[in-house]
Design a protein around this ligand. Structure first.
Ligand SMILES: C[S@@+](CC[C@H](N)C(=O)[O-])C[C@H]1O[C@@H](n2cnc3c(N)ncnc32)[C@H](O)[C@@H]1O
Ligand SMILES: Nc1c(NC[C@H](O)[C@H](O)[C@H](O)CO)[nH]c(=O)[nH]c1=O
Ligand SMILES: N[C@@H](Cc1ccc(O)cc1)C(=O)O
Ligand code: SF4
Length: 454
């Protein structure tokens, strides 16, 4: 075989002095043989596939095609030709947060939200009543699910009992301030859950990091917290806040956030009280390929223990407005080749998670569609409102209509399918029978959700 020039990757892998390096005793060829045979992959196998061989720098384009093709075939064996998506709304409650993650531009320093601060700011907080009105309107238009993730507002408490504990505490280290001190009161987490549980809408909310905030200053374990949230209306948990589940990476990008073990603990507790979850990886910043595969191994182990992870969502880091980029710690996010390999190796490595999501918020339509032939089978949801990626500098919009989904999915010869959050309800859409609108939501009647241009 004549040699082809390797493609450079963007990530500054040598700058941070990490202990874990993408080095293995495995060969690319052996790893490929195991992937083809469907054997459970080791960390070394995963690193070989993700790097297209560790013996050389950069990505070998021919080897990359081999990995993508094996992953695409595996996708077909496991889930066939259907491409799913969900009719959902994002309703984030507040941007107030002091955790200071260096990859995030969603948050605004919570000081700005205090009543005695006169300076203008772009952040927002919604009361439970405001959240309810927004979800109720969307439910009438046909959504199945509401996803809600928020900053860790200092006035948030889990419930009234938690508020009493926090009010009665004079410890200065609990990141708590009374709601009276703020312009707007987010209420309690359980009040927000109850407010957003309109009709039979599926409520997907409370990341492990939010659950951590909801138990601060108490002895309550995560089972207690998720149990109370479930009783208030929570249906399933977004497995974000995962970022990279290796502490030496967390030390750099989110030193204020929970460590890997605590994230695992919270996710297991959610499963123990009967909630299903998703799992994510946010990649393409300071981490190297060894970190990415260690992350996949930890997610695979978690799924072996819980079995409740319905989908895996690779979130490609959006860099332009983030401290990591502005402070010169990174030069860019992942390249297209790294994105393709991340999806493909997630499909091959995670032999116990059926669905791999291609996120149009992160990849856009063109690359998003390409990912559906690299191992992904789910194409996210309509979401209708998006703030996290937009504020980080992403430019792929805030919504997709059913019409757009049907056009995109049929253009690559696959079958468009509306799904429920946990994939147990699925409805194949006949592409020759417009108009296209949601039918699975509690109040859905097939009327299109948003304008066709999106
Ligand atoms: C913004 S937080 C909101 C929920 C909660 N504060 C938390 O940290 O879990 C949700 C997730 O968005 C993702 N995110 C934030 N900034 C991002 C960026 N610039 N690019 C890609 N994903 C990002 C991270 O994975 C993060 O865990
Ligand atoms: N529901 C999904 C979202 N929601 C959008 C998020 O609010 C945000 O844009 C971001 O993705 C955080 O990194 N995004 C997905 O990528 N996938 C979803 O299923
Ligand atoms: N649907 C995924 C993806 C997601 C990503 C980022 C979010 O902020 C919210 C959701 C989840 O539930 O985890
Ligand atoms: S990722 Fe979440 S915890 Fe971290 S700063 Fe952003 S909103 Fe806050």
């Amino acid at each position: 075989m004549t040699s082809v020039s390797p493609i450079r990757a963007n990530v500054p892998r040598n700058r941070f002095g990490f202990t874990h390096r993408p080095e293995t005793d495995q060969s690319f060829e052996n790893a490929v043989a195991k992937a083809r045979a469907g054997d459970r992959l080791t960390v070394a196998d995963g690193v070989e596939l993700l790097t297209t061989g560790t013996e050389q720098d950069g990505i070998d384009p021919r080897r990359k095609e081999v990995v993508l093709e094996i992953a695409d075939r595996r996708r077909e064996e496991i889930v066939g030709n259907e491409v799913t998506f969900v009719a959902n709304l994002n309703n984030n409650v507040t941007t107030a947060c002091n955790t200071g993650c260096l990859f995030c531009n969603f948050k605004d320093r919570s000081k700005q939200f205090l009543r005695d601060n006169d300076a203008a700011h772009d952040g927002f907080t919604k009361t439970p009543a405001e959240s309810r009105a927004i979800v109720a309107d969307a439910l009438d238009t046909g959504i199945y699910e509401v996803t809600s993730v928020s900053g860790l507002h200092p006035a948030f408490a889990l419930d009234e009992e938690h508020r009493e504990i926090l009010e009665g505490n004079d410890r200065g280290d609990l990141n708590y301030k009374s709601p009276e001190r703020y312009e707007k009161n987010p209420g309690t987490y359980t009040a927000q859950m109850a407010a957003m549980s309109v009709g039979d809408v599926h409520l997907h909310s409370m990341t492990p990091e939010e659950a951590y905030h909801a138990r601060r200053g108490t002895e309550w374990n995560y089972e207690e917290v998720y149990g109370r949230l479930k009783a208030a209306g929570l249906d399933s948990v977004p497995g974000t806040a995962a970022e990279i589940l290796v502490d030496e990476v967390r030390d750099v990008i989110c030193p204020g956030k929970m460590r890997t073990d605590e994230w695992m603990d919270a996710m297991e507790a959610a499963a123990d009280v009967g909630l299903s979850t998703t799992a994510t990886i946010m990649y393409g910043h300071v981490e190297n390929e060894m970190h990415r595969i260690m992350h996949l191994e930890r997610v695979r182990n978690l799924q072996d223990r819980t079995g409740v992870i319905t989908e895996f969502v690779p979130l490609s880091f959006i860099h332009p407005n983030t401290p990591l980029y502005e402070e010169g710690m990174i030069d860019a996010g992942a390249t297209t080749e790294e994105d393709e390999l991340m999806i493909a190796v997630a499909r091959l490595f995670l032999d116990n998670i059926d669905h791999i999501q291609s996120s149009w918020v992160k990849y856009g339509d063109e690359l998003g569609l390409k990912m559906l032939s690299c191992g992904a089978d789910d194409f996210m949801g309509t979401i209708l409102s998006e703030e996290i990626t937009k504020r980080a500098g992403g430019g792929y919009g805030e919504a997709r209509s059913f019409q757009k989904y049907v056009e995109m999915i049929t253009s690559i010869g696959r079958v468009p399918v509306e799904r429920s959050t946990d994939y147990t309800e699925r409805r194949r859409i006949n592409p020759t029978a417009p108009p296209f609108g949601p039918q699975l939501g509690p109040r859905a009647d097939g009327t299109p959700l948003v304008e066709h241009s999106q």
